[in-house]
Design a protein around this ligand. Structure first.
Ligand code: E4P
Length: 216
């Protein structure tokens, strides 16, 4: 399973990259707004840190304008992936962009049929939002199971990008199901290797070692 960071924060992206755990980045307009920087400059900076796919989302809602934005974003770097919303206009834009060879991540996917549709039209990535479904009392992880089954039934090459992951168990469950990618905020990423027994165990090893008087 590939790990993407769901952030536009350069320090966080660099930290994950330095650990050798960063396979790509997803951003969205809310995450970009938080950084208070020029959008295209920021995307360019992210692309300098990672060679993996970096999703940058359009903010237009009409097909023609979305395609214009997509062509523009694509020029920033060769690893830019354009994010389009899964609306009728977004799907039309997906059709045009995928024909032009622009790699597209279809976002805001909340039901299996949306995932089937975007795969049929040529999305490179499909982003179902797990946490947001859980928030409204639905089973977000079931959506990942359903999409995995559908994509495998037909051999779609679209990558299943489990998004809106809120805690490490979301990452584990998505990996067990076979999501191609999990994108997570930095606070979730930092919890992935944490276990109290690891910390307690290390503390004990070190204090026992200290008693020997030996140098490290
Ligand atoms: C995905 O690409 C989205 O940016 C993201 O995962 C949304 O997550 P949230 O529901 O935590 O905002």
């Amino acid at each position: 399973m590939k790990f993407f960071l769901d952030t536009a924060n350069l320090d966080q992206i660099k930290a994950a990259h330095d650990m050798g755990l960063l396979d790509g980045v997803t951003t969205n307009p809310s995450l970009v707004a938080k950084e208070g920087k020029d959008f295209k400059t920021l995307v360019n900076e992210i692309c300098k840190i990672t060679a993996g796919p970096v999703s940058a989302e359009v903010v237009s809602t009409e097909c023609e304008a979305m395609v214009r934005e997509a062509r523009d974003l694509r020029k920033i770097a060769s690893n830019v992936v354009v994010k389009l919303p899964t609306t009728a206009e977004g799907i039309k834009a997906l059709k045009i962009c995928s024909t032009e060879g622009i790699s597209i991540n279809m976002t805001l996917v909340f039901q299996p049929i949306q995932a089937l549709i975007v795969a049929k039209v040529g999305a490179a990535f499909c982003s179902p939002f797990i946490g947001r479904l859980d928030d409204v009392g639905e089973d977000g992880m079931q959506l990942i199971r359903d999409i995995r089954l559908i994509y495998d039934n037909y051999g779609f090459p679209t990558q299943l990008l489990a998004a809106s992951l809120r805690h490490p168990m979301h990452v584990v469950e998505a990996a067990k199901i076979g999501a191609d990618i999990g994108t997570m905020p930095y606070d979730v990423f930092q919890k992935l290797w944490k276990h109290p027994l690891t910390d307690i165990g290390l503390e004990r090893f070190l204090s026992d070692w200290k008693k020997t008087g030996a140098k490290p």
